[in-house]
Design a protein around this ligand. Sequence first.
Ligand code: FAD
Length: 540
Amino acid sequence: MLLHTRFDPWQHLRNTAAAGTFASPAMNRRTFTRGTLAASAMAALPARQIWAQAASSAAIPAEVAAIGLTGDSVTLAAADIRDLRAALSGALLLAADDGYDAARRIWNPAFDRHPALIARCANAEDVVHSVNFARAHGLRTAVRAGGHSLSGQSAPDGGLMIDLSSMREVRVDATQRLASAQGGALLGEVDRATQAVGMVTTLGTATDTGIGGLTLGGGMGRVMRRFGLAIDNLAGMDVVTADGKLRHASEQENADLFWALRGGGGNFGVVTNFQYRLHPLGHKMLSGFLVYPISRARSVLAAATELAERAPDEMLLAVELINTSTPPIPPGRYAVVAVDYSGEDPAAGRKLLEPLRTLGEPVFDTLAAVSYLEAQGAVGAANAAVPDASSNMVRQWTESGFFDSTSDALFDELVRSFEAVPADLEAFSAFQAMGGAVGRVRQDATAYWNRPAKYDYLGGTQWTDPVQDEVGRDVSRAMWAGVLPFTNGYYVNTVPGANNQRVRATYGDNYPRLVALKEKYDPMNLFRLNANIRPGTANG
Ligand code: FAD
């Protein structure tokens, strides 16, 4: 269920449904390009049309039990809910309403939560109403964009889900080399729009991931070593802060907020629109993976990391230990090198990989010259919807951290802890090279602190039967226990329930400034379902 077309540290997390939805590249490339160009404002989702259909709401009970910011009980009166519903252009869903069950689901079904209210915002004004409502009632509040939170942060049990999944319009200005995307857009939608004019901006590697969560935490992707993280390409954002004000944040306007939003995750408000700078990238990339028997894991780790440290910015390498039962390779454990080379000449990328020949022949080799969209798995008919996160059936538990260096001791531990994973549980232990343009940005230039990190580690387990929930979590944690001592901070977009100490370590010297900005923009900590920067914790 995990192996589709290529590997990368995020590959294991991809939605099987997502991979199956897009038809073959050859079949659909023409249709896509024509459709995309004709549309010009691409991927606009007719939110009103869709949610107008879901208008058959059940009667609102006289009182609705909800959960407050600190886990306390809150009772919402029918009249207040009715007022919010009337104010919204999008739908407000309660548990008995049509569409509630689908709307509450997020990508990781291991988090099966039931919000008291789901505000399916159609525009920034709806977000303002929702934030004001949440603040006034002290409600547990979560923001849902692509719904890919690995740790279930976007689904609040008993709270208010501010759902941006109807706000997905993407516009591209090829002359200015800018893309503007609403806060609920999926990255496949942005990729399609930018590639239609031969451009790209750094986003992640799974088409159905939301740009919202991904960008605010940093945003790692295939071209990050050339063009920086997603946040490094932001020209501006529109954001509704906890006081219900819609603000623009850029280097010129609300520069402090702009700084905090770039890496500070969902702590500082609800971003309704992102503006990205674009880079030309119309040629084919070299992309794919080399699969080796697990018996060669130690040599693969050593050879791939040695190569990664000397590689040009155009090359992104990742190394992965996987236990898979997914075709096309026979079930079992493997060591994998994932390759993305975005230089002009794919042959030059192949040449760079020559040192890997010492590893012998891979059992599987998918390296190929492909378009950026093909590498992203985003080629499809112009109007083919990127699959909804709620269609994913694979449950996950992941852990993550940054490596500042590698060593024999680390490789030994990676191999040892992976060997301990039961044969019948799908698992991965993977890390990708950082550096390049990511590492050249000053650590205090944005909230994202871990610029010097050499690698980003992501390990975890996957299963489908809820009966395996405990095993999946425990095995993942056991694997992680051995790796943790080698890490320094973690990628905030990945980990469930990191404690405050770990959040601090991750933000390093930027932490006190982030706390001060949290106190300025969200003193009541309305936005706390994230890697939370708690007001009042700058010194203690
Ligand atoms: P959601 O679940 O909708 O949101 C997660 C959290 O982000 C929210 O709780 C909220 O705190 C915040 N948030 C989201 N949107 C907004 C907004 N508009 N305004 C304010 N806050 C917001 N990460 C990478 O860097 N690179 C990858 O290649 C990559 N691949 C992935 C592949 C898969 C299959 C998965 C599941 C995850 C991947 N990730 C990757 C991790 C990803 O960055 C996070 O899961 C991210 O949170 C997803 O964003 P989302 O909008 O889909 O999530």
